[in-house]
Write a protein of this length. Sequence first.
Length: 328
Amino acid sequence: MKKSYFLISVSNKENLDLCIKYALAGFTSSINGVWTFVEVQEGDFVSFLYGAKAYNLYVVEAKEAIKDAEPIQPWPSITFKQSGRTYCFPFWLHLRPVRRFEEPLIRAEFAYVAENLLLRGGYRKTHFQADQTTLQAVSQMGNLWDVPVEQLGLSDYSTFTPRFTSKKDNASIPEVFHFHEFILQSLVRRYLCEKENLSRFLSDIGIQGIPYQEFEILGEKAFPQGHVDILIKEATPLGTTRKIIIELKRGVAKEQDLIQLRDYAKEIGDECIGAVLIAKRFSRTLIKSARDTQIKLAAYSLSELDEESASYTFENLLQNLNLEIYEH
């Protein structure tokens, strides 16, 4: 599995300074926070994103979800103006600094992330995944890290593993969250990052003659009309960049979802070699409509989530995820 590279959005300069001081990234007790926490894996690379600049390159060494984080977190709790809700930061990434730099996103090397930011009208997300080309570029920026990192000095605290449930009433944030489409997106991306799964998936959707090793699996990719949930593209393109786009729906897919995915494929043009709509179920009408397009349909199943009274870890769900391609 290729190591992924993420830019982590930071809300203010004070929090950025604390992240750099302690080589920590923290995420709020919200669905966006837990989404980022399960998305980024140990061994992945991250930089901080603040004020249209990227700061430093780190390797994720460990992940912890902290119980009762309010009194021990280095970052002050944050209240969002629109909702009036206050969030603490229970989800932590422990980082090892690799390179030191402060670079504006207007650099050509950050074009992949900058395009996403521009088309989405700003940050509005806790993290952005960049491609392998961006990671190769930042691995040559600035200088090797040579500044001591302070230790937070925590000795007495407890941790937990976040869980997910199909029934909203069973949520108990930040330890148990409702199963959101964001989490499905991360599950499918992680599933496809496994070489056996990706190889089988490419074969099932009719992609022949391109070894799976040539592809990378990326999260949301913005387009002028919206964004696709998962983008599979050649990691080191030569001349052309072949792409496969995936749209995800947690429940029943609708005709509009098919139309939207078709429009994205048209916008990409000849470099789009595949488009897949993944949902839990499809209507007969939609299945019939898909026969007239080049779009493939895939049903996902998570048998454990059928037990509404239970909750499951991300790894539980990943182990039970299955994708079945519909034959047109």
